[in-house]
Design a binder for this molecule. Structure first.
Ligand code: AHG
Ligand code: MN
Ligand code: MN
Length: 341
């Protein structure tokens, strides 16, 4: 630094690149997005901040799970007849608690609750929203320290009875995202204008933006699927797997959708969960697993299909409806679709 008395002040662009890197928290990113919409009441930002807080709390619980003896089964089943882990129940309660007090939330719906929960029936001022979530994705992996996640989807509440109001197709989502509690805690978010990624800095308790306008690679020779079910897949999926194996593909599958899809978002490839003998309509849930992941992948320039239909165009008939999933890099999704005939 010059101490010369007459040195001119530096222009910002003259600083070194490192000093010019914009340090942005999730909160400031949300505020910057809201400022682009002059009529914004702040309700939507308020909801995203509740999700940010919830996932920080869940991340802390996940990190300390074994120390606090919250691993293993809760001894109960959810509406889908699946064993609930203690952390499924805890994560669900954290999200309900954080979202329950926020003004713009009309309804919430969770994998762990049979019916949507009405937060506010009376219409107040401004826009109101439905928030759907899978509080803990991949929870059967939790005992082994493998990655787990939270997935969320936000829809406008346009009035009417909760059970019907929530049944909107994925194309109507106003935001979608997930948090991966992996070797670091990563939050991926879209509000319909591209995809941003944030990493939780635990030392300051804030999600910091590490990527904006994220794009999925258009091609990559990787598929992610539970091949243990292969013999019960339809012939088209089996033909695709034969083709992929003859063409030098690798496979990566953890059994946590958030971890598997995040890998594909960053590195490319295709994630698929075809119909199986055990789950003839597919296993994954349309409204709070496939739709938010589908929106993120499309916003990053990829494709998301349910068999031959775009996932986001599927009209849900029930809240916990299941679906087939094929999503990822455009070229890789096309290879699968081509084999389905
Ligand atoms: P959840 O833990 O929320 O019930 O979700 C588990 C899901 C998903 O994360 C994953 O892709 C899939 O189940 C794995 O299923 P398989 O064990 O049948 O492969
Ligand atoms: Mn899940
Ligand atoms: Mn779950």
């Amino acid at each position: 630094m010059s101490n010369a008395p007459n040195a001119a002040p530096l222009e910002y662009h003259e600083l070194s690149i490192a000093s010019r890197d914009n340090l942005l928290t999730l909160q400031s990113h949300i505020l910057a997005e809201a400022s682009k919409h002059p009529g914004s009441t702040g309700a939507f930002s308020w909801i995203l901040s509740a999700i940010s807080l919830s996932t920080k709390v869940i991340a802390a619980k996940v990190r300390r799970a074994r120390l606090q003896d919250v691993l293993g089964s809760a001894g109960s089943e959810n509406v889908q007849g699946e064993t609930q882990q203690k952390l499924d129940v805890i994560a669900n309660e954290v999200l309900l608690r954080c979202l329950g007090g926020r003004g713009g939330v009309a309804l919430v719906a969770s994998e762990e609750n049979e019916q949507p929960i009405i937060i506010q029936r009376a219409s107040g001022h401004g826009e109101r929203y439905c928030v759907l979530f899978d509080p803990l994705d991949g929870s059967s992996n939790i005992d082994t320290c493998a990655g787990v996640g939270t997935i969320f989807s936000i829809l406008r509440y346009e009035g009417g009875e909760p059970e019907q109001a929530i049944l909107q197709c994925g194309a109507k989502q106003v935001a979608a995202g997930y948090v991966l509690y992996g070797s670091s805690t990563v939050l991926v978010l879209t509000t319909g204008h591209g995809v941003s990624m944030f990493v939780l800095d635990p030392t300051i308790g804030a999600f910091l933006r590490v990527a904006d306008a994220l794009q999925i690679p258009q091609t990559q020779k990787i598929y992610s699927c539970n091949e243990g079910n292969r013999l019960t897949f339809e012939p088209g999926y089996q033909k695709y797997l034969d083709w992929a194996q003859q063409n030098g593909y690798s496979t990566r599958y953890s059994g946590t959708m958030v971890a598997d899809v995040h890998r594909i978002l960053i590195k490319g490839g295709v994630f698929l969960y075809p119909p199986t003998k055990k789950a003839p309509d597919g296993k994954l849930r349309l409204m709070y697993e496939a739709n938010p992941m589908g929106m993120i992948i499309e916003q990053a320039g990829g494709k998301a299909f349910a068999r031959k239909q775009r996932i986001l165009d599927v009209q849900p008939k029930t809240l916990h409806q299941r679906t087939t999933v094929i999503l990822g890099s455009t070229e890789e999704v096309d290879h699968v679709l081509k084999h389905l005939g």
